[in-house]
Ligand binder design. Structure first.
Ligand code: WA2
Length: 281
């Protein structure tokens, strides 16, 4: 009988955990598809029309009104590919200089106002943000290639043509760990067989979305009214020997544990959801 009860308990935990993992994964997938569609929108109406049919006002309004399509995202933005030879012309045209992403200690003294940021040092190329959803307006004019995680994402997005995810890192103006999803925008329709080099050459910009994971997972789990029953943790397990916690508090509990796998659509990243009962049997 006891054995039967234990089995039932394991089964209940597994079902609850799998259901939550699936919900999180599905919502992520829905918003990823919509971010992909935004990249096509920018390609069609900004790069494909002369003059462009998109400016900051249009982008801001459209992305705010369609925010419901991108559950779990805290904001979307578009950065342009600018070569060093084009920098002067670009800055003159926009009336601002390309800024360097601030480091942690600079944030403390400056409260990250873009006007206080230093100009980006000379590089071969830059990725300044030119359009943003209101919620992430603080990244406009910042060179996204000057941030380690953003830079890696940009390089991988344009070489592959796929949506790519960063490891969890502390987003600007946020106290939590988050991840960034990036899609490259190309100046022409590329065949699936295009080489990384052809892709890089055809790149004109990068459409990115930021995910404030803790607050968004919290919101999702809240809708399920199960918070009294189970404790949920979400990890980036890309490096199996050094998992990064993305949601949930530290656990010392050695009781019953169920691990549900999470697929966020980037084969280079691995994620897991860990669930435990709050109460001992
Ligand atoms: N968006 C919002 N907050 C951030 C951030 C970011 N990146 N990076 C650090 N904090 C415009 O991939 C291109 C968005 C980057 C896209």
């Amino acid at each position: 009988l006891n054995q039967k009860i234990i089995l039932r308990r394991e089964e209940t935990l597994a079902n609850m955990c799998d259901e939550r993992a699936r919900m999180l994964q599905d919502q992520f997938n829905v918003s990823m598809n919509h971010v992909h569609a935004l990249a096509i929108l920018v390609s069609t109406f900004h790069h494909g029309k002369h003059p462009s049919a998109i400016d900051q006002k249009t982008f801001g309004e459209y992305t705010e009104r369609t925010a419901f399509e991108r559950p779990l995202t805290s904001g979307v933005a578009y950065a342009l590919k600018v070569l060093h030879s084009e920098r002067e012309q670009f800055e003159k045209q926009h009336g601002w200089t390309i800024k360097k992403m601030e480091t942690e200690d600079q944030t403390l003294v400056q409260d990250c106002l873009t006007e206080n940021l230093d100009p980006a040092p000379i590089k071969d190329e830059y990725a300044p943000v030119i359009f943003s959803q209101e919620t992430v307006s603080h990244i406009v004019s910042i060179d996204m290639m000057s941030g380690k995680e953003d830079r890696e994402n940009i390089l991988r997005a344009r070489a592959t043509g796929k949506g790519v995810l960063t490891s969890p890192f502390k987003l600007l103006k946020s106290n939590h760990l988050g991840v960034v999803l990036t899609f490259a925008v190309y100046n022409k329709d590329l065949p699936p067989s295009a080489t990384p080099r052809q892709r890089t050459e055809a790149t004109v910009g990068y459409l990115g979305a930021s995910y404030d994971v803790p607050s968004l997972v919290e919101k999702l789990l809240h809708q399920l009214a199960s918070k009294q029953t189970i404790v949920v943790n979400v990890y980036d397990t890309t490096n199996a020997s050094a998992a990064i916690s993305m949601y949930g508090t530290d656990v010392t509990d050695t009781g019953l544990l169920h691990v549900s796998s999470l697929d966020f659509g980037d084969p280079l990243r691995k994620h897991e959801m860990h669930c435990r009962f709050k109460q001992k049997p």
